[in-house]
Design a protein around this ligand. Sequence first.
Ligand code: PEP
Ligand code: MG
Length: 325
Amino acid sequence: ERSKLKRLKTARSQTIDGIDVQLFANIELPGDVPIALEAGAEGVGLFRTEFLFLDRGDMPDEREQYEAYKKVVKGMAGRPVTIRTFDLGNDKDIRPDSIVNDRVKTNPALGRRAIRLSLAEPRMFQTQLRAILRASKYGPIKLLIPMLAHAHEIDQTLAALEQAKSSLRGEKVTFDENIQVGGMIEIPAAALAVGLFLRRLDFLSIGTNDLIQYTLAIDRSDEQVANLYDPLHPAVLMLLAHTLSSAEKVGVPVSVCGEMAGDPNLTRLLLGMGLRIFSMHPSQVLEVKNRVLKSDVSELTPNVRRMLRLDEPGKLREALDKLNG
Ligand code: PEP
Ligand code: MG
């Protein structure tokens, strides 16, 4: 079975009715690049840069970060690389002496994590933005911002990026002036008020892991409630569908980079909702491609539309089985 899948590596990722579907890899460290390429990924859809930070107390300095980002971009050899700024402060394993740890409170998932921490630590943020910009001269980099909820967070982020750009210009350092900036949709408020994201950003990426956690009030790392963590909860599907259709209307590209994107049982559902860009653990790329190759979007779309009107979980599951059958 595995070797059969391997043969799909070079196959064009396209549905039966000729719709191209982009399959990207999620990576954690530069060392994951060969694995992403081996899986046939068309690019990196999510580089979780906080992994550069874990298991150490100090901050990787600008040079160290720049080297890491450059290594990924060069390794991907012209394929797009989406670099997410640090998503620190929540469930990522942070050493007790690290800079962020003393600020983590009793409810870290709702606390100063991700972009909230970056905006509260301007020096840390500038260092990262400068390192990413400097690496952007080696290939197509996109910048991705985690955990946005407010318009002013986007505006502040864009101002911070402008500041980093202008400091580099002052030093005559070259970088991609037109670097694309995207935001993660992983807080229900962001999915519901997606218009304010669409107006300010170049692309969106839906983080279903957190979106499910916050929509259902289920701690994603708490095994005692893991049975209640349900990607098919009608409310989750409504938020996904709303985000996808709103983005489509204004022509803003949107991907899904949470675990849902790598689950072959959800590939058809997501295709039918309009998703065309998937980013996942490299181990899932070929399986998802296999599903894409066997799917007909023109046939799926009306079925999924009907399915999304169901809000009875049993019926939803039945409809999903039929879709996959
Ligand atoms: C997500 O929340 O779905 C996501 C992709 O980011 P992370 O899992 O790193 O929080
Ligand atoms: Mg997340």
